[in-house]
Design a protein around this ligand. Sequence first.
Ligand code: ADP
Length: 217
Amino acid sequence: MILGNAPAGIVLVVGGPGSGKGVLSKRLEQECGVVHLSSGDLLRDEVRRDTVLGRQVREIMERGELVSSAVIVTLMRRVMRSHPGKRVLLDGFPRSLQNAHDLVELCGTPQLALHLECDDTILMERILKRGNAGGRADDNIHTALRRLRTYHKYHNSTLEWLREQHVPVVNLDCSGDPESVWEQLCAIGRLMRPATRIDANSDTGMAVFPADSNNKR
Ligand code: ADP
């Protein structure tokens, strides 16, 4: 709902490994009722179930490289079919130009991208902390470095593609905790709410009145 009257159909969440794409997506799923689809989760599920596809991608993921776009598209198509007509939040897809072109074929141009940004050192600290806490198999120093390198290799061309497609990109500073990222999104939401007024006489000058407030002046 952030950038217009109609809710966006396809929203992307882009950002480096450990940037909090999953956490933000889960919160949006709870608060806005969108369907959260994570390419990484879909792949890990295949690996866990030891499917043919899972066996194909396990080593690539352990190396911190990207699996082929065809594989992701197969998984995405399958899962999207079970949510017809729903608003979808794509986490981790697209992350290469090939992915981007496949995405458009699969479901059209996205309406919005949320871009989580912070320093690599913070990303690295978070990944290693999650690894120490018994997190994912790829949360070790060796794979994490490769994931960061892979991210930087493809990220700029993905952003460039979004610009070319005129997809609005909302930059969010993800160096703080999940709540601070959420606050940034809410601030944009408040800006876009048409009838919000600022009470100039309040102590802080920051009090806001909802559109349906009786307190009209
Ligand atoms: P992160 O962003 O923290 O690396 P993800 O869960 O998004 O974690 O992805 C985990 C791994 O799954 C990636 O390192 C990559 O090997 C694979 N992967 C996920 N999404 C894609 C994608 N869109 N294209 C290719 N490979 C992907």
